[in-house]
Design a protein around this ligand. Structure first.
Ligand code: NAP
Length: 237
């Protein structure tokens, strides 16, 4: 049976692990979240030790294909996986859900980084949903994160929660904290899109952090296409 290493930490990663049959699938999580939602099947947790560590892992585990279903902003692991697969001559696919698109009534401002987003919202009461890792760029506002930021960020109030969220719930929350602006990454997907609809309903501006560019490799946008790539395409070897 062929072995697929599935780099996860996303809803797509879990969906792909559940959808794949006829392969040995090992899902890999970074170990950032204290109580991660686990995919079905085999799971390993923790970094590989850079490109060299991943090359060793691919050989040791006799991995036949790697699917990178990590978050669109998890730039380092994607670059590492690409380099390791090239070196080990293992087929590599990126599964990247499409980004969000602006609709009529939206008031979006695109920025290049979380740091730029923090500068763009300075002086306004911001609802920050860009994750805890770069929260230190902000000096005020309300942030929603899965785990508490460590160390805490002075001036930023933290709400611990994780999706999926509803539009009604997001409208109520934005009202309750009297948000003047929403800050988000262009993560895409349904799990966290309700906040964008809520902001539209309330006429709130949104600062959207642009995605890092994708590497020049095979990329698909859906779980079904990834299954097909593995069963019929390059992943079948
Ligand atoms: P990153 O900056 O791209 O990667 C940093 C290091 O973490 C990597 O070099 C690797 O360590 C390790 N790593 C990352 N993803 C891994 C995985 N799936 N399996 C094993 N090791 C992994 O990653 P990140 O942005 O911190 O994201 C970490 C995890 O959280 C990913 O699984 C991602 O899908 C998920 N996530 C990220 C975001 C976000 O906004 N960035 C949001 C939601 C979920 P070594 O070099 O030691 O191998």
């Amino acid at each position: 049976m062929r072995t697929v290493l599935l780099l996860g930490g996303t809803g797509e990663g879990r969906a792909l692990a559940a959808a794949l049959t006829g392969f040995r699938v090992v899902s890999s999580l970074a170990g950032r979240v204290s109580a991660p939602r686990l995919p079905v099947g085999e799971v390993r947790i923790g970094g590989f030790g850079g490109v060299d560590g991943l090359v060793d892992h691919l050989a040791r585990e006799r991995v036949d294909a790697v699917v990178d279903a990590t978050h669109p902003f998890a730039e380092r692991i994607t670059a590492n996986a690409r380099a390791a697969c090239a070196r080990a001559r293992v087929p590599f696919l990126v599964l990247r859900r499409p980004g969000w698109t602006e609709r009529p009534g939206d008031r979006w401002q695109w920025v290049a980084s979380v740091a730029e987003a923090a500068a763009a919202v300075a002086g306004r009461r911001a609802f920050i949903t860009t994750g805890r890792q770069e929260l230190a760029h902000f000096t005020a506002g309300v942030a929603r994160t899965v785990d508490p930021p460590d160390p805490p960020v002075p001036g930023v109030r933290v709400l611990l929660d994780r999706g999926p969220y509803t539009v009604d719930g997001e409208v109520a929350l934005l009202r309750e904290i009297r948000a003047e602006v929403l800050v988000t990454k262009d993560s895409g997907g349904d799990m966290t899109a309700a906040k964008l609809v809520a902001a539209r309903h309330l006429g709130l501006p949104v600062v959207v952090v642009r995605r890092p560019p994708l590497p020049d490799v095979d990329v698909v946008g859906t779980v079904a296409e990834a299954v097909e790539w593995l069963t019929r395409g390059s992943g079948a070897g």
